[in-house]
Design a protein around this ligand. Structure first.
Ligand SMILES: Cc1cc2nc3c(=O)[nH]c(=O)nc-3n(C[C@H](O)[C@H](O)[C@H](O)COP(=O)(O)OP(=O)(O)OC[C@H]3O[C@@H](n4cnc5c(N)ncnc54)[C@H](O)[C@@H]3O)c2cc1C
Length: 424
Protein backbone atom coordinates (compact mmCIF):
# COMPACT_ATOMS: atom_id res chain seq x y z
CA UNK A 1 0.00 0.00 0.00
CA UNK A 2 1.12 3.49 -0.74
CA UNK A 3 1.31 4.64 2.88
CA UNK A 4 2.99 1.52 4.29
CA UNK A 5 6.09 3.60 4.87
CA UNK A 6 4.31 5.23 7.83
CA UNK A 7 3.48 1.94 9.51
CA UNK A 8 5.31 -0.63 11.60
CA UNK A 9 4.99 -4.34 10.74
CA UNK A 10 2.54 -4.71 13.61
CA UNK A 11 0.43 -1.82 12.31
CA UNK A 12 0.37 -3.27 8.79
CA UNK A 13 -0.83 -6.59 10.17
CA UNK A 14 -3.73 -5.14 12.12
CA UNK A 15 -4.57 -2.78 9.24
CA UNK A 16 -4.91 -5.81 6.92
CA UNK A 17 -6.95 -7.74 9.47
CA UNK A 18 -9.38 -4.85 9.99
CA UNK A 19 -9.54 -4.17 6.26
CA UNK A 20 -10.67 -7.77 5.71
CA UNK A 21 -13.26 -7.46 8.50
CA UNK A 22 -14.63 -4.23 7.02
CA UNK A 23 -14.77 -5.76 3.56
CA UNK A 24 -16.23 -9.17 4.41
CA UNK A 25 -18.17 -8.91 7.66
CA UNK A 26 -20.35 -5.83 7.32
CA UNK A 27 -23.33 -6.06 5.03
CA UNK A 28 -24.48 -3.05 2.96
CA UNK A 29 -27.98 -3.75 4.33
CA UNK A 30 -26.78 -2.80 7.82
CA UNK A 31 -25.46 0.55 6.58
CA UNK A 32 -28.63 1.25 4.59
CA UNK A 33 -30.94 0.36 7.48
CA UNK A 34 -28.97 2.54 9.90
CA UNK A 35 -29.06 5.48 7.51
CA UNK A 36 -32.86 5.13 7.37
CA UNK A 37 -33.03 4.96 11.19
CA UNK A 38 -34.56 1.48 10.86
CA UNK A 39 -31.75 0.20 13.06
CA UNK A 40 -31.05 2.53 15.95
CA UNK A 41 -27.84 0.90 17.18
CA UNK A 42 -25.48 -1.68 15.57
CA UNK A 43 -25.24 -3.97 18.59
CA UNK A 44 -24.42 -7.08 16.58
CA UNK A 45 -21.58 -5.21 14.83
CA UNK A 46 -20.04 -4.36 18.21
CA UNK A 47 -20.48 -7.94 19.42
CA UNK A 48 -18.79 -9.22 16.26
CA UNK A 49 -15.87 -6.83 16.74
CA UNK A 50 -15.56 -8.07 20.31
CA UNK A 51 -15.52 -11.71 19.21
CA UNK A 52 -12.81 -10.85 16.67
CA UNK A 53 -10.80 -9.17 19.48
CA UNK A 54 -10.78 -5.86 17.61
CA UNK A 55 -12.00 -3.50 20.35
CA UNK A 56 -9.65 -1.33 22.43
CA UNK A 57 -6.63 -2.62 20.52
CA UNK A 58 -3.99 -0.79 22.55
CA UNK A 59 -5.13 -1.97 25.96
CA UNK A 60 -3.52 -4.69 28.03
CA UNK A 61 -4.48 -8.19 26.80
CA UNK A 62 -5.35 -8.98 30.42
CA UNK A 63 -8.51 -6.92 29.92
CA UNK A 64 -9.17 -7.96 26.33
CA UNK A 65 -6.99 -5.58 24.32
CA UNK A 66 -4.02 -6.51 22.15
CA UNK A 67 -1.35 -4.29 23.67
CA UNK A 68 -0.76 -2.46 20.37
CA UNK A 69 0.40 1.12 20.08
CA UNK A 70 -1.34 4.23 18.73
CA UNK A 71 0.11 3.97 15.23
CA UNK A 72 -1.42 0.49 14.90
CA UNK A 73 -4.74 1.62 16.31
CA UNK A 74 -4.87 4.60 13.94
CA UNK A 75 -4.26 2.25 11.01
CA UNK A 76 -7.21 0.12 12.17
CA UNK A 77 -9.41 3.21 12.57
CA UNK A 78 -8.58 4.45 9.11
CA UNK A 79 -10.00 1.17 7.78
CA UNK A 80 -13.18 1.35 9.87
CA UNK A 81 -13.64 4.99 8.79
CA UNK A 82 -14.60 3.61 5.37
CA UNK A 83 -17.88 2.48 6.96
CA UNK A 84 -18.91 6.02 7.94
CA UNK A 85 -19.24 7.80 11.24
CA UNK A 86 -21.94 5.74 12.98
CA UNK A 87 -20.12 2.40 12.70
CA UNK A 88 -16.80 4.18 13.14
CA UNK A 89 -17.99 5.62 16.42
CA UNK A 90 -19.29 2.24 17.62
CA UNK A 91 -15.78 0.90 16.94
CA UNK A 92 -13.89 3.68 18.74
CA UNK A 93 -16.14 4.18 21.79
CA UNK A 94 -14.54 1.28 23.71
CA UNK A 95 -11.19 2.92 23.00
CA UNK A 96 -12.42 6.28 24.38
CA UNK A 97 -14.35 5.14 27.45
CA UNK A 98 -11.75 2.38 27.83
CA UNK A 99 -8.97 4.98 28.10
CA UNK A 100 -10.51 6.37 31.30
CA UNK A 101 -10.94 2.89 32.74
CA UNK A 102 -7.55 1.57 31.60
CA UNK A 103 -5.62 4.61 32.80
CA UNK A 104 -7.47 5.49 36.01
CA UNK A 105 -9.54 2.43 36.88
CA UNK A 106 -8.85 -0.02 39.67
CA UNK A 107 -8.49 -3.71 38.83
CA UNK A 108 -12.04 -4.24 40.11
CA UNK A 109 -13.35 -1.51 37.79
CA UNK A 110 -11.43 -2.98 34.86
CA UNK A 111 -12.79 -6.44 35.58
CA UNK A 112 -16.36 -5.21 35.95
CA UNK A 113 -16.54 -2.61 33.16
CA UNK A 114 -13.55 -2.68 30.81
CA UNK A 115 -13.51 -6.44 30.17
CA UNK A 116 -17.14 -6.76 29.01
CA UNK A 117 -16.80 -3.59 26.91
CA UNK A 118 -13.76 -4.94 25.08
CA UNK A 119 -15.43 -8.32 24.66
CA UNK A 120 -18.31 -6.54 22.88
CA UNK A 121 -20.73 -7.89 25.48
CA UNK A 122 -21.58 -4.49 26.94
CA UNK A 123 -22.01 -1.21 25.13
CA UNK A 124 -20.47 1.96 26.54
CA UNK A 125 -21.15 5.65 25.99
CA UNK A 126 -19.53 8.87 27.11
CA UNK A 127 -21.68 11.72 28.35
CA UNK A 128 -19.93 15.08 28.43
CA UNK A 129 -22.11 17.47 26.46
CA UNK A 130 -25.06 19.16 28.16
CA UNK A 131 -27.91 21.11 26.63
CA UNK A 132 -26.25 24.25 27.98
CA UNK A 133 -23.07 23.62 25.98
CA UNK A 134 -20.39 21.23 24.88
CA UNK A 135 -17.38 23.45 24.29
CA UNK A 136 -17.55 24.86 27.82
CA UNK A 137 -17.06 21.40 29.27
CA UNK A 138 -15.88 22.61 32.67
CA UNK A 139 -19.15 24.48 33.16
CA UNK A 140 -21.02 21.14 33.47
CA UNK A 141 -24.07 21.47 35.71
CA UNK A 142 -25.07 17.80 36.16
CA UNK A 143 -24.63 17.17 39.87
CA UNK A 144 -23.37 14.18 41.81
CA UNK A 145 -23.77 14.69 45.54
CA UNK A 146 -21.78 12.32 47.73
CA UNK A 147 -23.96 10.84 50.47
CA UNK A 148 -21.97 8.28 52.46
CA UNK A 149 -21.14 5.32 50.23
CA UNK A 150 -22.92 6.59 47.11
CA UNK A 151 -23.52 9.61 44.89
CA UNK A 152 -26.95 10.95 44.01
CA UNK A 153 -26.88 12.14 40.41
CA UNK A 154 -29.24 14.64 38.78
CA UNK A 155 -28.79 16.29 35.42
CA UNK A 156 -29.05 16.07 31.68
CA UNK A 157 -26.70 15.20 28.84
CA UNK A 158 -27.20 15.74 25.16
CA UNK A 159 -25.97 14.25 21.88
CA UNK A 160 -24.69 11.07 23.52
CA UNK A 161 -23.77 8.40 20.96
CA UNK A 162 -25.24 5.03 22.00
CA UNK A 163 -27.46 6.71 24.62
CA UNK A 164 -30.35 4.51 23.56
CA UNK A 165 -28.38 1.29 23.87
CA UNK A 166 -25.47 1.62 26.27
CA UNK A 167 -25.23 -0.45 29.41
CA UNK A 168 -22.43 1.67 30.85
CA UNK A 169 -22.19 5.48 30.74
CA UNK A 170 -19.08 7.45 31.58
CA UNK A 171 -20.57 10.67 32.93
CA UNK A 172 -18.93 13.90 34.06
CA UNK A 173 -20.72 15.63 36.93
CA UNK A 174 -20.04 18.51 39.23
CA UNK A 175 -19.10 17.16 42.66
CA UNK A 176 -17.40 20.19 44.20
CA UNK A 177 -19.95 22.91 44.84
CA UNK A 178 -17.55 25.44 46.36
CA UNK A 179 -18.18 28.51 44.20
CA UNK A 180 -14.50 29.51 44.49
CA UNK A 181 -13.25 26.09 43.33
CA UNK A 182 -10.91 26.21 40.35
CA UNK A 183 -12.43 24.71 37.17
CA UNK A 184 -9.96 21.82 37.31
CA UNK A 185 -11.27 20.68 40.68
CA UNK A 186 -15.04 20.89 40.27
CA UNK A 187 -15.91 17.80 38.29
CA UNK A 188 -15.65 14.04 38.72
CA UNK A 189 -15.97 11.15 36.26
CA UNK A 190 -18.44 8.43 37.22
CA UNK A 191 -19.55 5.17 35.69
CA UNK A 192 -23.33 5.01 35.72
CA UNK A 193 -25.01 1.78 34.74
CA UNK A 194 -28.37 1.77 33.02
CA UNK A 195 -30.97 1.38 35.75
CA UNK A 196 -33.58 3.21 37.81
CA UNK A 197 -33.56 6.98 37.25
CA UNK A 198 -31.58 6.78 33.99
CA UNK A 199 -33.80 7.91 31.12
CA UNK A 200 -32.41 7.56 27.62
CA UNK A 201 -34.07 8.50 24.39
CA UNK A 202 -33.02 7.95 20.77
CA UNK A 203 -33.65 11.33 19.29
CA UNK A 204 -32.66 14.14 16.91
CA UNK A 205 -33.24 14.18 13.17
CA UNK A 206 -29.55 13.87 12.39
CA UNK A 207 -28.13 14.94 9.04
CA UNK A 208 -25.91 11.84 9.04
CA UNK A 209 -24.33 9.42 11.54
CA UNK A 210 -27.77 7.82 11.86
CA UNK A 211 -28.36 4.52 13.58
CA UNK A 212 -25.61 5.16 16.16
CA UNK A 213 -28.02 5.52 19.07
CA UNK A 214 -27.42 9.27 19.53
CA UNK A 215 -29.80 10.65 22.09
CA UNK A 216 -30.59 12.50 25.26
CA UNK A 217 -29.93 11.32 28.79
CA UNK A 218 -31.69 12.46 31.92
CA UNK A 219 -30.58 11.40 35.40
CA UNK A 220 -33.14 11.71 38.19
CA UNK A 221 -31.91 10.89 41.69
CA UNK A 222 -29.72 8.09 40.36
CA UNK A 223 -27.87 6.23 43.14
CA UNK A 224 -24.31 5.51 42.03
CA UNK A 225 -21.96 3.52 44.30
CA UNK A 226 -18.89 5.46 45.37
CA UNK A 227 -16.70 2.70 43.91
CA UNK A 228 -17.87 3.80 40.43
CA UNK A 229 -15.80 6.98 40.74
CA UNK A 230 -13.09 6.97 38.05
CA UNK A 231 -9.91 8.73 39.11
CA UNK A 232 -9.78 11.10 42.07
CA UNK A 233 -12.82 12.83 43.59
CA UNK A 234 -13.11 16.25 41.90
CA UNK A 235 -10.36 15.05 39.54
CA UNK A 236 -12.55 14.70 36.43
CA UNK A 237 -10.36 17.21 34.60
CA UNK A 238 -7.48 14.71 34.70
CA UNK A 239 -9.69 11.97 33.24
CA UNK A 240 -11.06 14.36 30.61
CA UNK A 241 -7.57 15.42 29.50
CA UNK A 242 -6.50 11.81 29.19
CA UNK A 243 -9.61 10.84 27.23
CA UNK A 244 -9.23 13.69 24.77
CA UNK A 245 -6.29 11.93 23.14
CA UNK A 246 -8.30 8.92 21.91
CA UNK A 247 -11.34 11.12 21.36
CA UNK A 248 -9.49 13.34 18.86
CA UNK A 249 -6.97 10.93 17.38
CA UNK A 250 -9.77 8.50 16.49
CA UNK A 251 -11.72 11.33 14.80
CA UNK A 252 -8.64 12.16 12.74
CA UNK A 253 -7.83 8.57 11.77
CA UNK A 254 -11.40 7.63 10.87
CA UNK A 255 -11.71 10.77 8.71
CA UNK A 256 -8.82 9.47 6.59
CA UNK A 257 -10.82 6.35 5.77
CA UNK A 258 -13.99 8.27 4.91
CA UNK A 259 -12.18 10.66 2.60
CA UNK A 260 -10.19 7.87 0.99
CA UNK A 261 -13.34 5.90 0.20
CA UNK A 262 -15.10 8.92 -1.35
CA UNK A 263 -12.07 9.82 -3.45
CA UNK A 264 -11.70 6.27 -4.75
CA UNK A 265 -15.35 6.18 -5.86
CA UNK A 266 -14.97 9.52 -7.68
CA UNK A 267 -11.62 8.58 -9.24
CA UNK A 268 -13.00 5.35 -10.69
CA UNK A 269 -16.09 7.18 -11.92
CA UNK A 270 -13.98 9.79 -13.71
CA UNK A 271 -12.23 7.02 -15.59
CA UNK A 272 -15.54 5.56 -16.86
CA UNK A 273 -17.73 8.59 -17.42
CA UNK A 274 -17.52 10.24 -20.83
CA UNK A 275 -18.32 13.82 -21.83
CA UNK A 276 -17.51 15.56 -25.13
CA UNK A 277 -16.26 12.21 -26.44
CA UNK A 278 -13.67 11.46 -23.78
CA UNK A 279 -13.37 10.17 -20.24
CA UNK A 280 -13.85 13.12 -17.88
CA UNK A 281 -10.51 12.39 -16.20
CA UNK A 282 -8.96 13.73 -19.43
CA UNK A 283 -10.22 17.18 -18.47
CA UNK A 284 -7.60 18.85 -16.37
CA UNK A 285 -10.38 20.50 -14.35
CA UNK A 286 -11.36 17.01 -13.17
CA UNK A 287 -7.99 15.29 -12.80
CA UNK A 288 -6.56 18.29 -10.93
CA UNK A 289 -9.41 18.03 -8.42
CA UNK A 290 -8.29 14.43 -7.89
CA UNK A 291 -4.68 15.59 -7.55
CA UNK A 292 -5.57 18.27 -4.99
CA UNK A 293 -7.75 15.87 -3.04
CA UNK A 294 -5.18 13.08 -2.80
CA UNK A 295 -2.46 15.57 -1.84
CA UNK A 296 -4.63 16.89 0.95
CA UNK A 297 -5.52 13.34 2.06
CA UNK A 298 -1.86 12.32 2.19
CA UNK A 299 -0.93 15.46 4.14
CA UNK A 300 -3.65 14.68 6.69
CA UNK A 301 -2.47 11.09 6.86
CA UNK A 302 1.11 12.19 7.49
CA UNK A 303 0.00 14.50 10.30
CA UNK A 304 -2.29 11.91 11.88
CA UNK A 305 0.36 9.18 12.00
CA UNK A 306 2.90 11.71 13.26
CA UNK A 307 0.50 12.60 16.09
CA UNK A 308 -0.06 8.90 16.82
CA UNK A 309 3.67 8.32 17.00
CA UNK A 310 4.16 11.38 19.20
CA UNK A 311 1.60 9.99 21.66
CA UNK A 312 3.29 6.58 21.57
CA UNK A 313 6.59 8.24 22.45
CA UNK A 314 5.03 10.66 24.95
CA UNK A 315 6.57 13.56 23.03
CA UNK A 316 6.17 16.97 24.71
CA UNK A 317 4.18 18.43 21.79
CA UNK A 318 1.93 15.40 21.35
CA UNK A 319 -1.24 17.19 22.58
CA UNK A 320 -0.80 19.97 20.05
CA UNK A 321 -0.23 17.44 17.27
CA UNK A 322 -3.35 15.50 18.23
CA UNK A 323 -5.47 18.70 18.05
CA UNK A 324 -3.85 19.63 14.74
CA UNK A 325 -4.52 16.17 13.31
CA UNK A 326 -8.17 16.30 14.42
CA UNK A 327 -8.68 19.70 12.85
CA UNK A 328 -6.73 19.09 9.66
CA UNK A 329 -8.02 15.58 8.92
CA UNK A 330 -11.67 16.45 9.54
CA UNK A 331 -11.46 19.63 7.44
CA UNK A 332 -9.70 17.58 4.77
CA UNK A 333 -12.43 14.96 4.78
CA UNK A 334 -15.13 17.61 4.33
CA UNK A 335 -13.24 19.14 1.42
CA UNK A 336 -12.36 15.82 -0.25
CA UNK A 337 -15.88 14.35 -0.04
CA UNK A 338 -17.26 17.58 -1.53
CA UNK A 339 -14.69 17.42 -4.34
CA UNK A 340 -15.72 13.80 -4.93
CA UNK A 341 -19.31 14.95 -5.41
CA UNK A 342 -18.22 17.71 -7.79
CA UNK A 343 -16.25 15.24 -9.87
CA UNK A 344 -19.31 13.01 -10.21
CA UNK A 345 -21.72 15.75 -11.21
CA UNK A 346 -25.46 15.25 -10.63
CA UNK A 347 -25.31 11.52 -9.94
CA UNK A 348 -23.06 12.23 -6.94
CA UNK A 349 -25.95 14.13 -5.38
CA UNK A 350 -28.21 11.06 -5.50
CA UNK A 351 -28.28 7.93 -3.41
CA UNK A 352 -27.18 5.85 -6.40
CA UNK A 353 -23.67 6.48 -5.07
CA UNK A 354 -22.65 6.76 -1.39
CA UNK A 355 -21.02 10.19 -1.70
CA UNK A 356 -24.02 12.16 -0.42
CA UNK A 357 -24.09 9.99 2.73
CA UNK A 358 -20.34 10.37 3.17
CA UNK A 359 -20.75 14.15 3.05
CA UNK A 360 -23.60 14.04 5.57
CA UNK A 361 -21.50 11.83 7.85
CA UNK A 362 -18.21 13.64 7.68
CA UNK A 363 -19.66 17.09 8.37
CA UNK A 364 -20.09 16.06 11.99
CA UNK A 365 -16.38 15.42 12.46
CA UNK A 366 -15.61 19.14 12.37
CA UNK A 367 -18.05 19.58 15.29
CA UNK A 368 -17.75 16.62 17.64
CA UNK A 369 -14.91 15.64 19.97
CA UNK A 370 -14.29 19.39 20.38
CA UNK A 371 -15.10 21.73 17.51
CA UNK A 372 -12.32 22.73 15.16
CA UNK A 373 -12.48 26.22 16.66
CA UNK A 374 -11.79 24.67 20.06
CA UNK A 375 -8.88 22.76 18.44
CA UNK A 376 -7.49 26.13 17.34
CA UNK A 377 -7.75 27.42 20.91
CA UNK A 378 -5.65 24.48 22.11
CA UNK A 379 -3.15 24.59 19.24
CA UNK A 380 -2.35 28.28 19.60
CA UNK A 381 -2.09 27.92 23.40
CA UNK A 382 0.43 25.09 23.17
CA UNK A 383 2.38 26.66 20.32
CA UNK A 384 2.78 30.02 22.05
CA UNK A 385 3.99 28.21 25.13
CA UNK A 386 6.55 26.21 23.13
CA UNK A 387 7.89 29.16 21.16
CA UNK A 388 8.00 31.64 24.02
CA UNK A 389 9.81 29.16 26.27
CA UNK A 390 12.77 29.34 23.85
CA UNK A 391 13.51 25.74 24.73
CA UNK A 392 14.57 24.70 21.23
CA UNK A 393 17.72 26.92 21.37
CA UNK A 394 17.79 27.33 17.59
CA UNK A 395 19.57 30.12 15.70
CA UNK A 396 18.40 33.69 16.43
CA UNK A 397 17.34 34.54 12.88
CA UNK A 398 16.22 38.04 13.93
CA UNK A 399 19.89 38.90 14.15
CA UNK A 400 20.29 38.12 10.42
CA UNK A 401 18.21 41.15 9.43
CA UNK A 402 20.24 43.94 7.77
CA UNK A 403 19.09 46.60 10.24
CA UNK A 404 18.94 44.30 13.23
CA UNK A 405 20.57 46.90 15.46
CA UNK A 406 18.05 49.66 14.68
CA UNK A 407 16.46 49.93 18.11
CA UNK A 408 14.48 53.06 17.22
CA UNK A 409 12.22 50.98 14.96
CA UNK A 410 11.75 48.21 17.54
CA UNK A 411 8.64 49.69 18.97
CA UNK A 412 6.13 47.28 20.55
CA UNK A 413 4.15 49.31 23.06
CA UNK A 414 3.17 52.93 23.81
CA UNK A 415 5.99 53.06 26.37
CA UNK A 416 8.51 51.99 23.72
CA UNK A 417 7.35 54.81 21.47
CA UNK A 418 8.03 57.41 24.17
CA UNK A 419 11.33 55.77 25.13
CA UNK A 420 12.45 55.89 21.50
CA UNK A 421 11.29 59.50 21.25
CA UNK A 422 13.17 60.50 24.40
CA UNK A 423 16.30 58.55 23.42
CA UNK A 424 16.17 60.19 20.00
C1 LIG B 1 -24.27 13.41 16.28
C2 LIG B 1 -23.52 13.91 17.45
C3 LIG B 1 -22.88 13.01 18.28
C4 LIG B 1 -22.21 13.45 19.42
N1 LIG B 1 -21.66 12.55 20.29
C5 LIG B 1 -21.32 12.93 21.53
C6 LIG B 1 -21.07 11.98 22.57
O1 LIG B 1 -21.09 10.75 22.35
N2 LIG B 1 -20.81 12.42 23.82
C7 LIG B 1 -20.79 13.75 24.10
O2 LIG B 1 -20.57 14.09 25.26
N3 LIG B 1 -21.00 14.68 23.15
C8 LIG B 1 -21.29 14.31 21.88
N4 LIG B 1 -21.57 15.24 20.91
C9 LIG B 1 -21.54 16.65 21.25
C10 LIG B 1 -20.42 17.43 20.57
O3 LIG B 1 -19.19 17.05 21.08
C11 LIG B 1 -20.76 18.92 20.79
O4 LIG B 1 -21.86 19.22 19.94
C12 LIG B 1 -19.58 19.84 20.49
O5 LIG B 1 -18.56 19.67 21.46
C13 LIG B 1 -20.00 21.32 20.48
O6 LIG B 1 -20.77 21.66 21.59
P1 LIG B 1 -22.17 22.41 21.37
O7 LIG B 1 -22.95 21.68 20.37
O8 LIG B 1 -22.79 22.62 22.70
O9 LIG B 1 -21.77 23.80 20.73
P2 LIG B 1 -21.31 25.12 21.52
O10 LIG B 1 -20.32 24.75 22.57
O11 LIG B 1 -22.51 25.86 21.91
O12 LIG B 1 -20.55 25.91 20.35
C14 LIG B 1 -21.27 26.62 19.35
C15 LIG B 1 -20.26 27.36 18.46
O13 LIG B 1 -19.47 28.26 19.26
C16 LIG B 1 -18.09 28.00 19.08
N5 LIG B 1 -17.39 28.20 20.36
C17 LIG B 1 -17.81 27.87 21.61
N6 LIG B 1 -16.89 28.22 22.50
C18 LIG B 1 -15.85 28.76 21.82
C19 LIG B 1 -14.58 29.32 22.19
N7 LIG B 1 -14.18 29.36 23.47
N8 LIG B 1 -13.77 29.78 21.22
C20 LIG B 1 -14.15 29.72 19.91
N9 LIG B 1 -15.35 29.22 19.50
C21 LIG B 1 -16.17 28.74 20.45
C22 LIG B 1 -18.02 26.52 18.66
O14 LIG B 1 -16.82 26.26 17.93
C23 LIG B 1 -19.26 26.43 17.78
O15 LIG B 1 -18.95 26.93 16.50
C24 LIG B 1 -22.16 14.84 19.71
C25 LIG B 1 -22.76 15.75 18.83
C26 LIG B 1 -23.44 15.31 17.74
C27 LIG B 1 -24.13 16.32 16.85
Amino acid sequence: MYYDVLLTEEAKKIRDEVRAFVRDEVSPDLLRAMDKDEITYPREFVAKLGRANLLGLRFDPRWGGRGLNWVAEAAAEEEVGVLGTALGCAFVMPSIVGEALHFFGTDEQKEKFLKPILAGEKVSAEALTEPRGGSDFFGATSRAVLEGDHFVVNGQKRFVVAASEADIFLVYCRTNFDEKADKNSRISALIIERGPGVEAEYTYGLMGTRGGGTGRLVFRDVKVPRENLIGPLHGGALVFNQMMVPERLTSAAASLGGARAALEVATKYSDKRFAFGQAIRRFQAVSFMVADAVTHLDAARGLTYLAARAVDEDAPNSRRLVSEAKKFATDMSWEVTNKAMQIMGGIGYTDVYPIEKMIRDTRLCQIWTGTNQVMNLLIQHEYYREVLSGADRSRDVEADATSFGDETEKCYTDEDMWRVHEDG
